[in-house]
Write a protein of this length. Structure first.
Length: 166
């Protein structure tokens, strides 16, 4: 198999997203450390900071999973589904991301937080199902997952670094 159904074809993609995610997560940690006093002043910002970091690290975890040598499609499928479920549970349930969090309107939440996180989780889930069953596009779903993670994590980092000071 080639293309979206061959794990090996995603090697360079995994290398790129792993390095980029590690760099972005490191920058986010620096930004949070600069503003830690400001972040701790607001009840909704520590969970938002944790969510931003988890979101930024999700492509790194994805890269690690993709780069494990010799694993079968079935094993990768299970790993992707477990990653999707874990991220969905942590980001959308445990951290309490809700439309009214931090004074956001529902529209702001959908555009800036809820929508991208849903794309991340659902895309990872579809990639897992796709590679496991050889259907629905296979690993092609990883691209929107990574884009959603980077965009969402960057938006949250912006709030933690810049908007917090307004």
């Amino acid at each position: 198999m080639t293309g979206t159904y061959a794990i090996e074809a995603w090697h360079d993609f995994a290398l790129m997203i792993g390095g980029a995610a590690a760099a972005l997560a490191g920058l986010l940690i620096v930004a949070m450390s600069i503003n830690v006093d400001q972040i701790l002043k607001f009840d909704d910002l520590p969970p938002r900071a944790a969510g931003a970091l988890i979101t930024m690290l999700s492509p790194l975890v994805l890269a690690i999973v993709l780069l494990i040598p010799g694993q079968s499609d079935t094993v990768l499928a299970v790993e992707l589904v477990v990653l999707a479920v874990a991220l969905g549970w942590v980001l959308l349930d445990r951290l309490g991301y809700r439309p009214t969090q931090g004074g956001q309107t529902v529209r702001q939440w959908l555009i800036g937080t809820g929508g991208p996180l849903t794309v991340l989780v659902v895309s990872l889930l579809l990639a897992g199902i796709g590679i496991g069953t050889g259907t629905i596009g296979g690993l092609a779903w990883l691209a929107p997952a990574v884009l959603a993670a980077v965009l969402s994590g960057t938006a949250q980092a912006w709030v933690l670094l810049i908007e917090i000071r307004r």
